[in-house]
Design a protein around this ligand. Structure first.
Ligand code: GLN
Length: 455
């Protein structure tokens, strides 16, 4: 814990931690030592963690990197962080992210972007990805042993791929959403960001639980995910979806994909070509459904209940109070999503956009169901269309180019499936590249075991 606290103090240039809690960390570390002395240690006992800002931690600023939540210190604890503290983990502080987890470069944060510890060949600062960019940067730079992330459309897996770390998005419902500031409730899922697949297995075991406070959280026992890492994947059938071979995919991503398939084949798996025919509709469906849910979730930030309230002029009424507060409190990307969401949900356009996107979502889920019913154990695909790109390259001027980053990751959020990004290779400049394995629902143990063969 002390080593992490010093590393964090020296890491200002990465802008990964946005709020440090050294006193809490030391108290928790002392308690963990005591617990170990008493022989009551769990695998996470004494492990210093960074927590993405989107998780509510009692008494600690929790703003989801938004100005509108400035000054908000929750009086309650998210179930995920409570589970981690119950296991004896140590809280180092809050990690940078995109505002309300909307973004793929950590550039929409009210704290400014987190920076990737990997540098471009010309020294230019690179994005650590988003939205869990601070988590990925902190794990890659050894500021913490592991971190929490959340993944609505790729926000755990893409930053993991950009920083050479491991990121696991669990099955929807494996982990409680209680106390995680909501973006798109039918897609959001928290998960571990770690250095190795084994660490991800251990940390998921501590994060997961059933939870009466989240009705979408599955009432299932939490298996021993670490015990599932047998190293034996002989006879597993791993699908390569032909629709993920998108136009303009760089050669090095293609080569990486081949390398991953070879590694799995060498370990005894059978590699089969499969089809997920509705893949090309995933991105547009996601960018209708996610903003629709966001516009509804973000309606609660009205200047009354949480955080920021604008200064009002003489004669301003409640409407002006809402308008000024929301105009000042939300950044441009969040405002764009609220407007898209309100538009696709409006009476005249609901059927044409939102309802159609929901139907497309059902078809995408059916593609996966069919593949699994035909005996596929997991699906191998790239995690991202490129290595980490320079900060400041697209964010404000071309939102659609930024959305295209999520082409390989959003499908499984729509289908509720687990997915893991694992570092498998490098691009020409030596930057890390990651592959993604997509698993059967609630079979994270099996998925982790297959991912282990890619390390
Ligand atoms: N980049 C995607 C978005 O901006 C995914 C974000 C996420 O998974 N939280 O919506």
């Amino acid at each position: 814990t002390e080593a992490c606290l010093s590393a964090i103090d020296a890491s200002g240039a990465l802008n990964a931690f946005v709020h440090n809690t050294p006193e809490m960390a030391r108290e928790m570390a002392v308690a963990a030592d005591e617990r170990i002395r008493q022989g009551r240690a769990a695998p996470m006992t004494g492990i210093p963690l960074g927590i993405k800002d989107v998780f509510c931690v009692r008494g600690v600023p929790s703003q989801a990197a938004s100005r509108i939540l400035s000054g908000f210190k929750p009086e309650y604890e998210s179930t995920v962080t409570q589970n981690l503290w119950n296991a004896g983990a140590v809280m180092l502080g809050k990690l940078n992210q995109d505002e309300f987890a909307m973004g793929s470069a950590n550039e929409t944060s009210c704290y400014g972007p987190a920076v990737n510890p990997w540098k471009a060949a010309n020294g230019a600062p690179l994005t650590p990805g988003g939205s869990s960019g601070g988590s990925a940067a902190a794990v890659a730079a050894d500021l913490c042993l592991a971190a929490t992330g959340t993944d609505t459309g790729g926000s755990i897996r893409q930053p993991a791929a950009f920083t050479g770390t491991v990121g696991l998005k669990p099955t929807y419902g494996r982990v409680s959403r209680w106390g995680v500031i909501a973006y798109a409730s039918s897609l959001d899922q928290a998960g571990p960001m770690t250095k190795t697949v084994r660490d991800a297995a251990i940390m998921l075991g501590a994060m997961a639980s059933s939870d009466p406070a989240d009705s979408t959280c599955a009432d299932l026992p939490v298996p021993d995910f670490e015990a599932a890492l047998t190293g034996d994947i002989r006879g597993k059938r791993i699908g390569i979806p032909r629709e993920y071979r998108v136009d303009g995919m760089p050669d090095e991503i293609d080569a990486l994909w081949h390398k991953g398939a070879e590694m799995l084949r060498d370990a005894g798996a059978e590699i089969v070509d499969i089809s997920l025919p509705h893949t090309k509709y995933a991105l547009p469906a996601y960018y209708v459904i996610a903003p629709a849910e966001a516009s509804s979730n973000l309606a609660r930030y009205d200047g009354v209940r949480f955080g920021h309230r604008a200064k009002l002029a003489q004669g301003d009424g409640i409407t002006e109070m809402y308008e000024k507060t929301r105009a000042e409190g939300f950044g441009p990307e969040v405002q764009r999503r609220i407007m898209i969401g309100a538009y696709v949900l409006s009476a005249g356009f609901y059927d044409a956009y939102y309802n159609r996107a929901r139907k497309v979502r059902a078809l995408i889920k059916r593609d996966f169901d069919t593949a699994f019913a035909e005996g596929i154990d997991s699906i191998l695909a790239p995690a991202t269309p490129s290595a980490a790109f320079p900060l400041g390259s697209t964010a404000q001027d071309d939102p659609v180019a930024m959305y295209l980053n999520d082409v390989f990751t959003v499908t499984l959020n729509l289908a509720g499936l687990p997915g893991i990004a694992v570092p498998v290779g490098q691009d020409k400049a030596g930057l890390p590249l990651g592959l993604q394995l997509i698993g059967r629902p609630f079979e994270e143990g099996d998925l982790l075991n297959q991912a282990h063969a890619l390390e």
